[in-house]
Design a protein around this ligand. Structure first.
Ligand code: PEP
Ligand code: MG
Length: 389
């Protein structure tokens, strides 16, 4: 269907790939980029998505969700072995087999993003999300691990949670199983060091999810820093890296002034922050929200467009207080709201450095950031001189 001409055409017509960097569109987006003060990054973990995002004008990766990398058929069985091991030694053996895969993923990502910033988030979802559900798959895993079907079932049942979104996930995985964080840190840093040798520029930004207190972040940061020192000693050289945290629990937003003391950046995870602030599941609220919107309780879907009055208050507070503690703190958002124009307008007012969204939303986010800069922001010149001061 050609909406421009009002034609319905029978059969396939030849098409060309949209190019946002040339022609009138490219020229217009050039003006957009001159105006906006917020950067636009993308949420991506595969080289294909990262490349797509760059073609759309992204200026880095604001969130690489590492868990997606474990679902590949070649790795899932080692991941499951790691989860089902009942001791540290078993977990470490399985993690050692996952390390080369994870390292290769990061190398590909760094190569694609050559020189642009990359935020890599440590493992976040509850572990039982990786486990098989059918008896046949469980039996296969049991055979591989030298266990009985019942043993595998029992361990799997013991990981079951009534409220997994509020359960054993995020930084809680690193706190309870430091070896997972060690493996991921090693993969992130060794990949970066090897890429540097190829001439690829990279300063990895390691992101800790679901933090609620400075103490939690300090414990995980210590695992990262200790692992880094070990790697640097082994290799006789070092590399720069940054450690930051997601702000996706109300407590984290309320403790921002303390947390900022241990973080080089904040990534607002507004999906979880909305879920936990509203006390409403991000996955099951469709019907409730339709009713709530029809009664005017929420004007828009708060999971699509930020609830400025409630969740927004937490974001704004965390920005202000976080920067009071650490004026260098880099602030970004990587929840769904990072690609929503109305939310982007609000993030501009909060003084965020960047928004991060899915690759296909990058052009819209660039435009929305420019519109927000016109409405509420400063010119790029004023913004730069503020930063320099
Ligand atoms: C978030 O919670 O906003 C976020 C980006 O993390 P995830 O969606 O992976 O939970
Ligand atoms: Mg989250």
């Amino acid at each position: 269907m050609d909406g421009g001409k009002g034609q319905i055409i029978e059969g396939a017509v030849p098409t060309v790939k949209a190019d946002t960097n040339s022609g009138n569109f490219g020229r217009f987006m050039g003006w957009v980029d001159e105006i906006r003060t917020m950067h636009v990054r993308a949420n991506a973990e595969t080289p294909a998505d990262a490349k797509q995002a760059m073609e759309f004008g992204a200026e880095g990766i604001g969130l690489a969700r590492t868990e997606h990398m474990f679902f590949d058929p070649k790795r899932i069985s080692d991941m499951r072995t790691m989860i089902l091991s009942d001791n540290e030694e078993g977990r470490r053996k399985a993690l050692a087999r996952l390390l080369p895969y994870q390292k290769e993923d990061f190398k590909q990502l760094y190569r694609t993003m050559d020189g642009f910033p990359v935020v890599i988030r440590l493992l976040d979802p509850p572990l039982h999300e990786f486990l098989p559900h059918t008896d046949a798959e469980m039996q296969e895993l049991a055979d591989k691990m030298g266990k009985t079907l019942n043993e595998v079932k029992n361990r799997s049942n013991s990981l079951h949670e009534m409220n997994p979104m509020l359960g054993h996930r995020g930084c809680r995985l690193a706190v309870t199983y430091p070896e997972i964080c060690e493996m991921q840190t090693r993969a992130i840093l060794e990949a970066a060091m090897e890429c540097r040798e190829e001439g690829v520029k990279v300063v990895p930004e390691i992101e800790v999810p679901l933090i609620g207190s400075k103490k939690e972040l300090d414990i995980v940061k210590n695992i990262i820093d200790t692992t880094a020192q070990k790697i640097f000693a082994e290799k006789g050289k070092s590399i720069e890296y940054e450690v930051g945290t997601m702000i996706e629990l109300p407590r984290a937003a309320l403790m921002a002034e303390e947390i900022a003391d241990s973080a080089q950046f904040f990534g607002f995870g507004t999906n979880d922050l909305t879920q936990t602030t509203l006390g409403m599941s991000r996955d099951d609220t469709g019907a409730i929200l339709d009713c709530y919107r029809s009664k005017g309780i929420y004007v828009a879907d708060p999971f699509a467009s930020i609830d400025v009055e409630g969740v927004g208050k937490l974001v704004k507070r965390a920005c202000e207080y976080g920067r009071q503690t650490n004026p260098e703190l880099l602030l970004g958002v990587c929840g769904e709201h990072g690609g929503d124009p109305k939310s982007i307008e609000f993030f501009q007012q909060c003084g965020l450095d960047y928004v991060s969204c899915s690759p296909f939303r990058v052009p819209v986010a660039r435009l929305a950031a420019a519109q927000a800069a016109v409405k509420f922001g400063k010119t790029q010149k004023e913004h730069k001189s503020d930063k320099a001061a």
